[in-house]
Design a protein around this ligand. Structure first.
Ligand code: ZN
Length: 542
């Protein structure tokens, strides 16, 4: 491939060979000197380096305008001409090559501008304690090099000691949005978070490289984790807004500022999936010897919440939700419950004319629903109800047999007709004719249906749908037909999370998976800009 990278680059460094040769030559020259002369030379070198540093600091800390010098602009234009000339000389190079070369062309001038603009910003920040706002003592400048969107940038910023807080502070770092020791600029913080919450770091690093971003696998991984912790902090604050009754009232009334044009139903779907973690890593043998099995699989609790009037259809008749909230956590049912409640409030819980909770039969879900959404209507996912009936049919009459089909068909219809009592009666009739092991299984299903009987109301929705198909639906039925009878929305959400968190060979730690899941949920909830305000400004400018 032909490249013009080093043609006219104004800041090109000497090649490594040249640099090594120069070093060798300098070493030989020093060896020829007397010991006293060598000492003097060493002292001079140290002094020179110190004064060069002081000069650089002085120049940087007085910079008041971010711009490119005339010579830099000229060199840039020359570089552009050279790159384009090469492309024009090669008929096989297409628009892709033009895009690639122009992107490389602008990187260095943009890097210089970014560095200078950040420097100007840093210079404008008063050297005061960000916590108590007192003037910092023993002020001095220190330089810091960061990875940015355009490559490494070096910034000089003043720092000092706060006697009141007993801490050294770098006020410009706060103003520039930089982590205390982390080397990534805010843009790269965001990109690390975005990439690693979507795919493993070893894949992300290749994509980042292709996009021209200078990130290492380890750097990406660490930065994403730091961002995940930041996301968790934000979430804790968001959820913590509901710690008192007054706060709950405040949040609810803020969400209700604009009364809904039409009454709407709020749907909440809840489910869980399991994740593999590395607990007791390396202690497997030891645990086995003690007769204990190492626990590796743990529950991730998830929920989704949406308004029914935010559900529409694509041209291809596929159902889509235009707005939708998520909650996901590895930290237990209580944590999910708090997150979900906050999310539901943000999505209109206080204004909804009907709240509908849909899930499979897990008891923790109904307990959560009763606790947080006592007014909500609960519905058992129709598919799960049918599955429980099929389990009996297959067990008693054989898997996939016509007998199983014949026995199940009328009962499936009874489920759809809200005749759960009849279903339970049929199961009870069946029981005495079975072997003991089968009786136990049937009893389990009887209890499942008894426990969920009040939640198995599908008839009016299914009838409304039929009426709509036949073009005879009343206005009320048109509304009802839209009500879900299944928990497909949460099941697909679980699957999507699992695509990232349940890959072959993956082992997580709780702090690791929770942090990344928190980022993923923040992104899905459309609150990314809470962590990355620059993302909001880029959307507004485009
Ligand atoms: Zn202070």
């Amino acid at each position: 491939m032909t490249t013009t990278t080093s043609l006219t680059n104004p800041t090109a460094q000497p090649s490594r060979q040249v640099h090594r040769a120069q070093t060798r030559e300098a070493a030989r020259a020093v060896a020829r000197l007397t010991p006293q002369a060598q000492n003097r030379r060493l002292t001079q070198t140290i002094l020179d380096a110190a004064s060069a540093k002081a000069a650089a600091a002085a120049q940087a800390t007085t910079l008041a305008k971010a711009q490119l010098a005339e010579a830099e602009l000229q060199a840039w234009l020359k570089d552009m001409d050279a790159r384009l000339e090469v492309i024009f000389a090669h008929p096989e190079q297409n628009l892709g090559e033009i895009e690639e070369q122009l992107a490389r062309l602008v990187k260095e001038p943009l890097r210089l501008l970014a560095q200078r603009a950040a420097q100007v910003k840093a210079n404008a920040v008063p050297c005061r304690c960000p916590e108590c706002h007192g003037e910092l003592q023993q002020q001095r400048p220190l330089c810091r090099t960061l990875h940015s969107r355009f490559g490494p940038v070096t910034i000089w910023r003043r720092y000092g000691w706060c006697p009141r807080c007993g801490q050294w502070h770098f006020p410009a770092d706060y103003a520039l949005g930089l982590g205390r020791k982390a080397p990534a600029s805010p843009y790269l913080q965001e990109i690390s978070a975005l990439l690693v919450s979507k795919m493993p770091a070893e894949q992300a690093v290749l994509i980042a490289e292709r996009l021209g971003l200078d990130l290492s696998r380890c750097g990406l991984h660490q930065e994403a984790h730091r961002q995940g912790l930041k996301a968790q902090e934000w979430r804790a604050q968001f959820v913590g807004q509901l710690d008192t009754w007054e706060q709950i009232q405040q949040v609810a009334s803020a969400a209700a500022q604009e009364p809904p044009a039409q009454p709407f139903a709020l749907v909440i779907e809840i489910d869980a999936w399991d994740i593999r973690e590395r607990d007791d890593w390396g202690k497997t043998k030891e645990l086995r010897q003690q007769g204990k099995k190492p626990e590796r699989w743990h529950w991730v609790y998830m929920a989704t919440v949406f308004r029914l009037d935010h559900r529409g259809q694509t041209e291809g008749q596929r159902a889509v939700l235009t707005q939708r909230g998520y909650a996901a956590t590895r930290l237990g049912v209580e944590a999910l419950s708090a997150q979900l409640y906050r999310e539901a409030l943000a999505r209109g819980l206080g204004q909804a004319s009907l709240v509908l909770v849909i899930a499979d039969g897990a008891r923790w879900i109904w307990n959560l629903a009763k606790d947080r959404f006592p007014q909500a209507r609960q519905r058992l996912d129709l598919f799960h109800a049918e599955e429980h009936l099929w389990a009996v049919a297959h067990d008693v009459y054989g898997h996939g047999t016509p007998e199983a089909q014949a026995w199940a068909a009328p009962l499936l219809q009874q489920i759809r007709d809200d005749q759960t009592v009849a279903v339970i009666a049929s199961l009870a009739q069946l029981k005495p004719r079975l072997l003991e092991a089968q009786q136990k299984k049937v009893q389990t299903q009887i209890e499942y249906f008894e426990h969920n009987a009040d939640r198995m109301k599908y008839k009016e929705v299914l009838e409304a749908r039929k009426a709509c198909e036949e073009g005879q639906a009343t206005a009320e039925q048109k509304q009802l037909a839209n009500h879900p009878v299944g928990s497909g929305a949460i099941e697909s959400a679980c699957r999507q999370y699992q695509c990232r968190f349940k890959r072959t060979g993956q082992f997580w730690t709780t702090p690791g998976d929770e942090a990344l899941m928190c980022l993923e949920t923040l992104w899905r909830n459309g609150r990314w800009d809470q962590l990355y305000p620059h993302a909001r400004s880029s959307a507004a400018l485009n």
